[in-house]
Ligand binder design. Sequence first.
Ligand code: PGA
Length: 242
Amino acid sequence: MNIVIVKDYQELSQKSAEIVEDQILVKPDSVLGLATGSTPIGMYAELTEKYKAGLLSFENVKTFNLDEYCGLPTDNPQSYHYFMNQNLFSQVNIHPENTYLPNGNALVMEQERKAYDIKIAEAGGIDLQILGIGVDGHIGFNEPSDEFSKGTNVVELDKSTIEANSRFFEDKSQVPRTAITMGIESIMNARKILLLISGANKKEIAHLALQGEITPRVPASILQNHPDVTVIVDEDAWQLPV
Ligand code: PGA
């Protein structure tokens, strides 16, 4: 694991955007795995600036998002479809038909989860997967569990995740209780992984995930077994827990 400690959120956003930029410059038809949440917002803003400055083109890029809530219409501002349109897709020259998110409103979830894994495989697999991390160690919406999940699956969200994500909703009761997420195996199949960790509320989980035991109770700890992971962590998140 290559752990890069940066001063603050701004540097985290710049450095992570540079890594995505390099990936697209080396392989213009890259398949990117994308994350939502507050952490990558600055990175998407930096990528948008690079596109607007003519430094970067998404013309041939394909993207697969990690996850989506179940039961939220895609035009709900809290849906991840909406988030991605706002923060990236509507800002750059990516073709909408090259952007994929799991469908949290599929009539038959069993079909949707299989179909999503097939689409990723048909695209040739993910070249670079962006990840955030939850305070409980989740990646995507893979919550602490007795075993690491495999492909795309439907999950019940943990109390701590509902609590953390309630800041985006009017009140906690509006946070969906279930979500569809790429599985741990889908994430580990990515050729490269970029994990972003920012803020003092992540300092305990950052150390547990990166330096602790590899266990499905801390889903992100599995990343220690991946051959090509870069972690960008800011100083607030890397202070040793007292
Ligand atoms: P955050 O979420 O970036 O909003 O902290 C990360 C996550 O839950 O994966």
